[in-house]
Structures are given as C-alpha cells and as structure tokens.
Design a protein around this ligand. Structure first.
Ligand code: ADP
Length: 394
C-alpha cells in the first residue's frame, strides 16, 4: 500500500511516501513558505534532490503540486493510487488515546481542541482539509502527539491547582512527542522480544523524556504545553510561573510576549549566549567557553533529574534509550549524562558511544542499566498507524 505521511505546519508541509508493509521510503520532501513570498518545494527521490521555486498560495496548492509530481515521476498512475494519508496532529486532548480515521466528527474535535494546541492544531487541520479537497475519496488518519501519553494515571497528569481548572478547562499534563516515544516503545519490543522498563530520551530542539512500562507511557516530562520539562534549545522547561507577571510589570511586555520569550529566547540559547544548536554549544564547551560549560552542566543536570525521577517511578529501569538529533548524534551529551549514574553502576562503552551514526547498545556488558541509541522515525510511525487502521476498516 502507498501511504503518505504528512506534517503540516503554518507555512510548510512535509511529506514522506511509504510503501507498506515493507516500510520502504519511496519519496519525501517539503513545501516551504506557503502563502509567503519566495515559496518553494524540494523532493528527494532515488538519491536525488530537486528544488523548485513556485508560487504556493495555500496548502491546497501544495497538495495539488505534490500529487501531480508523484504522477509525473511515475510513482503513482493517478490520484486514486494513493491508499491513505496519515497526518501528524499535535493535540488530541484527552479524547484520543490512539490514532483514528478522520471523519467529520474527528475534524470538528480537532478544531475544538485548538485552544489547547493553538500553535499547531490549526495548521494540522489546514493540512487535513487541503488533502480532503484534492483527494475526497482517500482515507485520512490523525496521529496525535499526545495520544501515547493518555495512559498516564491521574496522579501523574493532574496539577495541584483548583480542581475546576481541570474539570472545566481541561488543565492537566498532556505530554508531547508521543509518536516518537511510541516508536521507541514499539521498536524496543521488536528488538528485545518483550516489553521492558524503558526511559525514552527524545533530545532534539524540543525535548522530552518518557517513562515506559508494559509498552505504555507512565509519565512524561512535557506538560500542558510543550514548554514544560527540562531545558531545551530555546525553551526554558519548568520555571516558577510567578516570574511571568513579575517580568511583565518590569518590561511592560504582554503575557504573549513573555511566553514567546520562554518559548523562543530561553533554554540553551539564553544560557550559552551562543546558539540553540547543540553542535555550536559543544564546540564552545570543548573550547572552554565558561557560559557554554555552565549551560551544558545545567542541561545535563536537568535531564539527570528527570531520569532519576523516572527510575524511581519505574522502580528500576532496564533500558535508557537516546533518540532525536542530540540523542542520536551527541556522544558528549550521552557521556556526560550517563556518567552522572556511574555511582549506580551504569557504564558506557566509550568506543561504542563514540562511533558515528551508532544504532544499538552503547553500555558495557556489566552496566546495571542498558543504554541504547535508536534513531526515531515519527513519519514511519504515522504511516504504520495509518496502514493498520485502514486495513482494519476493510
Ligand atoms: P527538532 O526535530 O526538535 O527540530 P532534531 O531532533 O532535529 O530537532 O534535533 C536538533 C538538534 O540536534 C540540534 O540541537 C542539533 O544541534 C542537534 N544535533 C544534530 N546533529 C548533531 C551532532 N552531530 N552533534 C550534536 N548535536 C547534534
């Protein structure tokens, strides 16, 4: 089956066409600057990458061009050749525990959830509607970033705030990166042959940890919004909310301005004064830049705090799994972090850890917790969920 995995942003649309069940990537690409001056798209096919400048008025234009390109490239014979489209949808509230075939009701619910996911759900919905317009007969599936975390118990997801905030306004922890953490849980089960106690460390620009038991999420570090948890590239992670009105009173900023500061001008960017990109920070850290040394130490300490918390919650951990841009590529971050747990007998095999592009175990034989690097694949997870749901319907 030909399944298209889609991630629609406010001015972008990323896609990967998979052939399932073979998990083969046929073609992938991105449409960028949709509705803005200078729009273009790139397509990767057969080891070649093409880039074309084209006026993209809206997402529907992008979908039309994409489908016509797939036909011109002889990947599809006609629009009907595409079997299904799976969409990344950031917020599924506490309605969706799993991926779902998109009906009119589902579409309305995603719209209703916009106040909880104001930065992403509107764009995700635009993506869904654009595909619906061009391909009205093709099934579409929503895969939610929050769904995997819906197995958290109320002791994990409630905040100690007035109960009516939860009851009337759905204020609770939701968690994000669920598709990535689910991929890790699923892949680890495939590799090991059974479910083990896992702490999945998704370390990218945005980052979160997830404690997994019996293949299910027990707790995760992001919260009501993707701002919570530990220090990220440009996000602060957990801070005392009293800071917000105080800064507003000092600077004259609005609440949206301060939230923007916390989301886009904080984290490693603010601490390092250099960059939000871990590669730049690592370089400066190795060159003994004092701000980058402090930033890195804080970054590691904050993640270690969450690791310790989840180790206690799981009553012991079998596997720590590193994934996403930093988790997969930064041997330095992995080493500094795992060294914090040496006292517990967790040990890295330095040679394995230093291998470029490593995937697999990087701990020593006698390590008390096994440490693994596993590249995440959210696009494939979306395509697999879509494939499974569409086949179930048949
Ligand atoms: P997101 O999807 O959240 O934008 P990614 O998962 O792509 O983020 O991760 C981006 C992060 O990964 C950046 O901070 C980048 O510096 C880091 N990264 C990528 N490659 C390396 C590397 N070789 N060494 C260290 N950090 C890396």
């Amino acid at each position: 089956m030909e399944i298209l995995s889609v991630n629609a942003g406010s001015s972008s649309l990323k896609f990967t066409l998979f052939e399932l069940p073979f998990e083969k990537v046929v073609v992938s690409g991105t449409f960028e600057k949709i509705g803005i001056e200078g729009s273009f798209y790139t397509i990767k096919y057969n080891g070649e990458k093409i880039r074309k400048e084209v006026k993209l008025k809206d997402h529907t234009d992008a979908v039309k061009i994409l489908m016509n390109e797939l036909i011109d490239m002889k990947i599809l014979d006609s629009y009907d050749d595409l079997d299904a489209v799976g969409h990344r949808v950031v917020h599924g509230g506490d309605t969706y525990f799993d991926s779902i075939i998109i009906t009119k009701e589902v579409e309305e619910k995603i719209e209703e959830l916009i106040p909880l996911g104001p930065l992403h759900n509107p764009a995700n919905l635009t993506g869904i509607r654009s595909f619906k317009k061009i391909l009205p007969k093709i099934p579409q599936v929503a895969v939610f970033d929050t769904a995997f975390h819906q197995t958290m118990s109320d002791e994990e997801y409630l905040y100690a705030v007035p109960m009516e905030w939860y009851e009337k306004f759905a204020v609770r922890k939701y968690g994000f990166h669920g598709t990535s953490h689910k991929y890790i849980a699923t892949k680890m089960r495939e590799i090991i042959g059974e479910d083990k106690k896992i702490i999945s460390c998704h370390l990218g620009n945005g980052a979160s940890l997830c404690a997994i038991k019996d293949g299910k999420c027990v707790d995760t570090s992001m919260g009501f919004a993707p701002l919570a948890g530990f220090i990220m590239g440009t996000r602060s992670g957990d801070v005392d909310p009293s800071i917000i009105p105080y800064v507003m009173s000092k600077t004259g900023e609005t609440v949206d301005d301060v939230l923007n500061d916390l989301n886009k001008k904080s984290g490693m960017l603010a601490l390092s004064g250099v960059s939000s990109d871990m590669r730049d920070i690592e370089e400066a850290y190795l060159n003994k830049d004092p701000r980058c040394i402090r930033a890195m130490n804080m970054y590691i300490k904050h993640i270690a705090n969450y690791l310790s918390m989840y180790n206690t919650l799981l009553e012991g951990t079998d596997y720590i799994v590193f994934t996403a841009g930093i988790g997969e590529n930064s041997n330095l971050v992995r080493k500094l972090l795992i060294d914090k747990f040496k006292f517990m007998g967790v040990k890295l095999d330095e040679e394995k850890n230093n291998q470029r592009g490593i995937s697999g175990e990087i701990s020593t034989e006698d390590s008390t917790i096994k440490v693994v690097v596993l590249p995440t694949d959210e696009e494939l997870m979306i395509a697999k969920d879509t494939y499974n749901l569409v086949n179930k319907e048949k």
